[in-house]
Ligand binder design. Structure first.
Ligand code: GLU
Length: 475
């Protein structure tokens, strides 16, 4: 097992491994097995040319497979200028732990393409994405059975549709071709509720945390989620959905928003929808009325609030600012926003951290539902919805006839409403996030050495993965 680091700057992969090591120690896992679990199985680097405006440009991309104890290996593909091999490998490792925590039967993988998408036209992006997908397919790093990408930073349903189509052209005989990637548009085999899934999952995690009085008291809170002040970093796909649901459904006050170009602060709460509209219109948060603009956005990390939700990049809470964080609860919606060194400081200070590998697992959970839907070739709810509605109507009639009592309108509506795909996806996501929290809490409560939710999360994941390694054996 690795010794505690003395260097102040660990790589992302080292940071993830050190966090995992705490759990290997708690579980007293044999060092050989621990090394086998931590090791990255394979990383493919591709360099491919694409002609852009008559000029040939060479692009570099990676797809890393961290584990194959379950197949397919699963994880997003990001398009960004900060991608490198270490980042992709660290994120692939996080996918392994993530899938195990939420009982999604996949291995861990991640991909990245070094590119600034804002510099290319839609047509160019299509050419580049399709070419990258062909490289991955030809080298055995993309197929419904072995390796299934999804959206991540800088990618969305548009890119996933191109990837699925590129795979289909190479494998027209594969009846399950649409399961080669998740996060597709609904019209191309996607599932309702996938786009919002990671953000909504973050909210389900927070609701579940606030259902446990002992957790709430230990974090130094009173009462429920309603009325709590929350500072967000990032209003991308994850941050936007999480923040707007918290604001609109849970009565939280989003008192701060940190973005690339500064931060917005309003102690009475920001309207997230209006901020988003402003960003879409002006390309910046600057000039947003009803909030104070702070040019040094990162300084807002240490402003007073109840809950801090980093929903953007890795390594945002570091040894530099961890001492000054005022929030009592950090909810890691991004992957790796807290470095290992910062995590040690926060543990010491008794700040509760709900870890990335659990908090943002809603995305891959709904990806799993999408993949199952693709293999089943049928939308969830298609067979039973009308039947359930008919039974509900009969039940209502029977109750009304027998009791002669009018049933309130809302109960009538609920009873005669069959679940559609979105209802089922949200129900499955909620159930998954709640169950995972309960497992993490059980680990937290049952091991004396475990005093934080991150280690508890890793204990849950590593316990399941180890069992699968031991059962199958290493050949
Ligand atoms: N990119 C997302 C993540 O980091 C989703 C992965 C997936 O759905 O496969 O979890």
């Amino acid at each position: 097992m690795s010794a505690t680091p003395t260097r102040s700057q660990l790589s992302f992969t080292e940071s993830v491994n050190y966090m995992a090591d705490r759990a290997f120690k708690v579980l007293r896992i044999d060092e050989g097995i621990a090394n086998a679990i931590k090791a990255c199985s394979a990383t493919l680097e591709v360099n491919f040319p694409v002609e852009i405006n008559g000029e040939v440009q060479v692009f570099t991309g990676w797809r890393s497979v961290h584990s194959t104890h379950r197949l397919p290996a699963k994880g997003g593909i990001r398009f960004a200028t900060i991608v490198d091999q270490d980042e992709v490998e660290a994120l692939a490792a996080l996918m392994t732990y993530k899938c195990a925590i939420v009982d999604v039967p996949f291995g861990g993988s991640k991909g990245g393409l070094l590119i600034d998408p804002s510099q290319y036209s839609r047509d160019d992006m299509q050419k580049i994405t399709r070419r990258f997908a062909r490289e991955l397919v030809r080298k055995g790093f993309l197929s419904p059975a072995t390796n299934v990408p999804a959206p991540d930073m800088g990618t969305g349903e548009r890119e996933m549709a191109w990837i699925a189509d590129a795979y289909k052209h190479l494998h027209p005989e594969d009846v399950n071709y649409s399961g080669c990637v998740t996060g597709k548009p609904v019209a191309h085999g996607g599932i309702r509720g996938r786009t919002e899934a990671t953000g909504r999952g973050v909210v389900y995690v927070m609701r579940e945390f606030f259902r446990h009085d002992d957790c709430v008291a230990q974090a130094g809170f009173k009462g429920g989620l309603g009325g709590k002040s929350v500072i967000f970093q990032g209003l991308g796909n994850v941050g936007f959905h999480a923040a707007s649901i918290l604001e609109e459904e849970d009565g939280c006050l989003i008192t701060g928003l940190i973005e690339r170009d500064g931060a917005l602060v309003n102690p009475k709460g920001l309207s997230i929808t209006r901020v988003r509209e402003h960003i879409l219109e002006h390309g910046t948060i600057k000039g947003f009325p009803d909030a104070e603009f702070i040019a040094d956005g990162k300084s807002v990390f240490t402003m007073a609030c109840d809950i801090l939700v980093p929903a953007a990049l890795e390594a945002q809470i570091t040894a530099e600012n961890a001492h000054d964080i005022k929030a009592r609860l950090i909810v890691e919606a991004a992957n790796g926003p807290v470095t290992f060194e910062a995590d040690e400081i926060l543990r010491e200070r008794g700040v509760t951290v709900l870890p990335d590998a659990y908090v943002n697992a809603g995305g891959v959970t709904v990806s799993y539902f999408e993949w199952v839907r693709n293999l089943a070739h049928i939308r969830f709810g298609r067979m039973e919805r009308r039947y359930d509605e008919m039974r509900g109507a009969h039940l209502l009639q029977a109750i009304q006839t027998m009791t002669d009592n009018p049933i309130p309108d809302w109960i009538q509506r609920e009873l005669v409403q069959g679940a559609d795909e979105l209802d089922l996806v949200r129900s499955g996501l909620d159930d998954t996030m709640r169950l995972a929290f309960q497992q993490i809490k059980e680990a937290y409560d049952s091991y004396d050495e475990v005093s934080d939710f991150r280690t508890a999360g890793y204990v849950v994941a590593i316990d399941k993965i180890t069992r699968s390694y031991v059962d199958i054996g290493v050949y």
